[in-house]
Ligand binder design. Structure first.
Ligand SMILES: [Zn+2]
Length: 107
């Protein structure tokens, strides 16, 4: 019994060391993020958080106005993306998409 407990503790410590060895700061994601944020995302596919259907972003409905751009699902009308531009930044709210998939051929 004591031996099993000791083995479990050792396994936990090994797992923590393994996780520590994999952890680096966010700058290490620069390469893969550059694959995601390509100049034209209209060919990317977004999965709607409302109905679960995946469509290309170019097939979604866009409502553009002075406050920004709202991209809605044509199936359930849920907001999939919100994009707004300020003098210094561009904001993206993608909470209406459970995933966004970009073909690696697009880069
Ligand atoms: Zn939908």
């Amino acid at each position: 019994m004591k031996r099993a407990s000791s083995t479990s503790a050792e396994a936990g410590a090994t797992g923590e060391r393994f996780a520590d060895a994999l952890r680096v700061d966010g700058n290490a994601a620069a390469g893969i993020l550059s694959e995601l944020f390509v100049s034209d995302l209209t060919a990317a596919r977004a999965k709607c958080a409302g109905c679960g259907v995946t469509r290309t972003i170019g097939a979604l409905m866009v409502y553009a106005h002075g406050m920004g751009t709202v991209v809605r699902c044509p199936g359930c009308d849920r907001v999939v993306l919100r994009i707004s531009r300020t003098p210094t930044h561009v904001w993206l709210d993608a909470t209406g998409a459970t995933s966004i998939v970009i073909s690696r051929d697009a880069n």
